[in-house]
Design a binder for this molecule. Structure first.
Ligand SMILES: *Cc1c(COP(=O)(O)O)cnc(C)c1O
Length: 236
């Protein structure tokens, strides 16, 4: 069930997006970066399609999906299609086939097993090359998905060997309250992998920063921030 009452009446989606864009601009200015280097993604979990489409009308061109079933239920009502959508949630291998031709990137690849299944479904769907990010469990927390930093290289090499997956970068959700420290660590890991020039990789996306910490993420090099509640209001 999609709960539509969570939208806060006095803060419209348009106002929220305008404010966030201003904050992004200031963070870019402060860190000597260009505003066009940072993509603002709207994270749609639990949000009614009406408000999601409002975000599209306000210029948002990237949307993040967490849950396969919810995505499949809602996508028919979206004003945009697969090219504007990334999958960002934990993904079970048996569900890859339902989303592979409906998203433009999977940001939450955290195992060889999942990468292998994505590669298999990509070739079944007749797609030449599919973009992915490796999700890193940067705080090495038991409760979180993502692979540990020490295993990134091995997964990156496996991805390179598939021939139809293109590694575009890294994604992370840092431990609550300590994001500054972990964003800086992510930037370092990102640069390390980029410097290794893994085959078939481009490494131009560092996806980190959410409603509570996106300014700090940008100051630490994020190229994509994933924002839900600051755009759509608090989730129940
Ligand atoms: C929910 C979610 C977000 C957005 O979180 P907010 O705090 O609401 O901005 C970002 N990334 C992922 C992976 C999420 O699941």
């Amino acid at each position: 069930m999609i709960n539509s009452s969570r939208h806060t009446e006095n803060n419209s989606v348009a106002e929220n997006i305008a404010r966030i864009n201003e904050n992004i601009m200031n963070a870019c200015y402060k860190s000597g970066r260009s505003f066009s280097d940072v993509s603002l993604m709207a994270v749609t979990k639990t949000v009614d399609e009406k408000y999601i489409n409002q975000a599209y009308d306000c210029g948002i061109r990237l949307f993040g999906e967490n849950r396969v079933q919810e995505f499949l239920d809602k996508r028919g009502n979206y004003k945009y299609s697969s090219e504007n959508i990334h999958f960002i949630g934990h993904l079970q291998t048996n569900k890859v086939k339902y989303i592979i031709d409906k998203v433009n990137m999977i940001e939450s690849v955290d195992s060889v097993k999942l990468a292998a299944e994505i590669s298999k479904q990509v070739s079944k769907s007749g797609i030449d090359m599919f973009d992915i990010l490796i999700e890193v469990n940067i705080g090495e927390e038991e409760s979180k998905s993502g692979i540990n930093p020490a295993e990134i290289r091995q997964l990156a090499d496996f991805i390179a060997g598939t021939g139809n997956l293109r590694l575009r970068g890294l994604m992370a959700i840092p431990p609550v309250g300590r994001s500054d420290y972990f964003f800086a660590k992510m930037k370092q890991l990102f640069v390390d992998i980029k410097d290794k020039n893994v085959d078939n990789s481009i490494m131009d996306v560092l996806s980190m920063g959410m409603s509570g910490d996106y300014v700090s993420a940008i100051e630490n090099g994020a190229t994509l921030v994933r924002i839900g509640s600051a755009i759509f209001g608090k989730r129940k």
